[in-house]
Design a protein around this ligand. Structure first.
Ligand code: LLP
Length: 419
């Protein structure tokens, strides 16, 4: 359910015509629907109303300040993976006590900042990180609430690049090692083992892998209890999939149902780290047709958006629905929708059936709210796109399009090259 729809043949985001925003702000641009994002959070969070829980929005999916602020306003927390995301979460108004920190390579400085801020839980992902935290907690004389991110060795049946809970993945700690680490943590005065965490992958479309993960985490919690280690929080990560094309992901209430089922008698506080399910279908990417190029037997629609703006098609072969902003009638034809970047891998879609569009027309790439802008870059010295948030009949630029000045900010010419 989202608030992007055609009205009289024209695409609207809530009550704002997409064309109006493109005209005002230019293209390419990301357009987010506040109402959709808010609704997704409330539905997801509400699905877990029967158990104590905290939904920590996964900032990596989209860390725009306006979205983070929305989550803060709705009472959600944040799942972060870097010092930068810690900064964004705090700037967005998320209380430190609602922030959880995962990540295989947290630096000493990042851990320090997290300890100073007093976040809810640091998810340890290796023995080395445990040793560093032990040292820091002593030096800083602070009690540090930690959990271990265990690798439950479960196949989430998703794209290999976004599978995280298999033995061959770099994430988490295998249970055999984790249970030993828990004992060491418990013996350490300043480290408090408050939780256990896992995240098995992203864009998961079946309940099975979640059930398996929670079942195995449940038995780990019980095993810890036997050893006198009572963790109070279970963090099951994110990963719930969304519809890009015709996928039928479990609904949040179905997901909540199976999780709740396994945890009812455990007296545990559930931590969730949803990213894509909240923001994926809350955003579109709007791009303009520059040229129609026909070569022998092939049509290319060359648009002003590229892989630096939205890398998912190039990187994961991901499918994003693409529709014209002004509904086009007539027959469809297959075309590759490609950007201006000097790489054959720069495409938004291949062999896509689209009603014939012409130069100057606008296209909307759907489901682009998650891992769209947050994965964008300046490759080919392209300036990153503007981001706009729509609420009802109003729209707000929540990130300006970058300028030429932004491109070279921070660079300097060494004196020997000065003319
Ligand atoms: N928690 C942890 C520890 C994670 O690693 C992730 C995502 C999440 C939560 C949020 O997962 P979500 O609910 O969004 O599935 N760039 C890829 C997705 C990478 C996901 C990485 N981890 C894509 O565009 O599909």
């Amino acid at each position: 359910m989202d608030y992007f729809e055609y009205r009289n043949g024209e695409l609207f985001c809530e009550d704002v015509p997409v064309k109006t925003v493109a005209k005002k702000v230019g293209t390419p641009l990301y357009l987010y629907s506040y109402g959709t994002f808010e609704r997704h959070f409330l539905v997801f969070d509400g699905a877990f109303r029967n158990i104590p829980h905290l939904a920590c929005y996964s900032l990596k999916a989209n860390s725009n300040g306006a979205l983070v602020r929305t989550i803060a306003k709705l009472g959600g927390g944040a799942d972060i993976v870097s010092g930068g995301e810690l900064h964004r979460a705090i700037m967005g108004g998320i209380p430190a006590r609602k922030i959880v920190y995962s990540g295989v390579g947290k630096s000493e400085q990042e851990l320090r900042l997290a300890i100073e801020a007093g976040i809810l839980m640091i998810n340890i992902e290796s023995e080395g990180e445990f040793l560093l935290l032990k040292k820091l907690s002593r030096k800083m004389r602070r009690k540090v609430p930690v959990s271990i991110r265990v690798n439950p060795e479960i196949d989430p049946k998703t794209h290999p690049y976004i599978t995280t809970g298999l033995k061959k993945n770099k994430f988490g700690v295998l249970w055999s090692e984790a249970s030993r680490l828990y004992r060491e943590i418990a013996a350490e005065e300043n480290l408090v083992p408050v939780g256990i965490s896992s995240h098995i992958g992203s864009q998961i479309l079946e309940l099975g892998p979640f059930i398996e993960a929670v079942t195995s985490l449940r038995s780990m919690i019980l095993e810890l209890k036997e050893q006198g280690i009572a963790v109070e929080m279970l963090d099951i990560g994110g990963g719930l999939g969304i519809t890009y094309k015709d996928e039928m992901p479990p609904r949040p209430d179905e997901y909540a149902g199976v999780v709740e089922d396994k945890l009812r008698d455990m007296g545990i506080r559930l931590i969730l780290e949803p990213g894509r399910v909240l923001v994926g279908n809350s955003g579109i990417f709007v791009t303009k047709m520059l040229y129609v190029k026909r070569t022998q037997g092939k049509t290319f629609y060359i648009v002003d958006g590229a892989m630096n703006d939205l890398v998912r098609p190039s990187l994961y072969d991901a499918y994003h629905e693409i529709i014209p902003v002004v509904e086009a009638a007539g027959k469809t034809a297959a075309a590759d929708i490609v950007g201006p970047i000097c790489e054959s891998g720069d495409f938004l879609a291949k062999d896509r059936q689209l009603a014939e569009v012409k130069e100057g027309d606008l296209l909307a790439v759907k489901s682009a709210g998650a891992y769209g802008f947050s994965m964008s870059s300046n490759y080919n010295s392209r300036m990153r796109a503007a981001e706009v948030l729509v609420r009802g009949s109003e729209f707000f630029v929540v990130r300006k399009r970058e300028t030429l000045k932004d491109l070279t900010r921070g660079e300097s010419i060494p004196s020997f090259l000065e003319v």
